[in-house]
Design a protein around this ligand. Sequence first.
Ligand code: IMP
Length: 196
Amino acid sequence: MHQLVIASNNQGKIREIRPLINGIELLSLKDIGFTDEIPEPYHTFEENALVKAITIQKFSNKNVFADDSGLCVNALGGEPGVDSAHYCGERNDEKNLRLVLEKLKGEADRTAYYKALICLIWDGEVYYFEGTCEGRIIEEKKGSGGFGYDPIFIPDGYEQTFGELPLEIKNQISHRGKAVKKLVAWLNEKTGMNEE
Ligand code: IMP
């Protein structure tokens, strides 16, 4: 069976990605013995996803993929964007989402979207897969599922936040779900692995 390393320590992301990829052996950073923080020094999702994938590819010499993602709020000029993970100055989901709510106080336009950029390095070649998910930010958090900004984000077409909707629904419509499905289609074509 082919192997593929997920270049992430974010358990929220890994929990979502795992059920979407079958027919290939997925390795975690723990499995390959990588214990450092992966640097993400850039200002675009593409560059950060690439640097994460390259770091782990060099370390493991295996095929790898990395997800760089974030929440972009239109009234905040696209913030928190690439700084989503540590918008408040530290890696703290609760403080990050409180900061977004604070900055949006009194703001009429509460539209936002999530974006996920997956960078795959397969046999030394680099490929990108992208997904977005449009929605809006509510006034107070609801639900305790998902991770990050999910309790304050309602996807278009729904009345519940990603913190309330089950993982199966989130995976069908989310930025990450869409990007991973493109990755799976590519892998299926390349390796003949099972899509389902
Ligand atoms: P990264 O590790 O730099 O890609 O950071 C991604 C950050 O974006 C996460 O830590 C969350 O704050 C936010 N984010 C990305 N995707 C999601 C999602 O699906 N739900 C909630 N927050 C997300």
